[in-house]
Write a protein that binds this ligand. Structure first.
Ligand SMILES: [Zn+2]
Length: 156
């Protein structure tokens, strides 16, 4: 028999996970400051201890997300630049702009894609009992103050 997980009102909702991931916060506890420089993230959350690379190969999904976001941005840039310059297309300017977007977008999306992928992974594969400091996660589950547990029954 599978032991029951933490109460659902004490773990972040899927919406909270995704919101935190999209804003670069720790999906489990919402702590910021997880990035070192632009393209490096801490190996673990400094507040709840979540290891961001949850399993070996975890960030392959982040690479896929980064590719999708970068190609989407490049497609939007290409379409908008063609529509704005229609009917005369300044080829050199368009190539320079789109090459710049194609170069910078994956770098800029890199930290975001890692946190967002970690959030999606937690939504699909919930946190394990020994993966985080649960008192911190409970405290910040829904962005509200600490949740006080009712006193446990003394009898068994
Ligand atoms: Zn955390």
């Amino acid at each position: 028999m599978v032991p029951p997980g933490p109460p659902s009102n004490k773990v972040p909702s899927t919406a909270s996970l995704l919101r935190r991931g999209l804003t670069g916060l720790c999906p489990a506890c919402g702590a910021g400051g997880q990035h070192r420089w632009l393209v490096r993230i801490r190996p673990t959350c400094k507040r709840c201890g979540l290891r961001f690379e949850r399993i070996e190969g975890h960030f392959i999904g982040a690479v896929g997300m980064n590719t999708i976001m970068s190609l989407g941005t490049l497609l939007i840039t290409l379409v908008v630049s063609l529509v704005v310059t229609f009917p005369e297309f300044p080829v050199v300017k368009l190539v320079v702009i789109n090459v710049a977007v194609a170069t910078l977008a994956p770098i800029l999306f890199f930290p975001l894609s890692r946190m967002l992928w970690t959030a999606i992974d937690i939504a699909m594969r919930p946190l394990e009992p020994d993966e985080v400091d649960w008192t911190v996660v409970y405290e910040h589950a829904r962005g509200q103050g600490p949740i006080i547990d009712p006193p446990a029954d003394s009898g068994e």
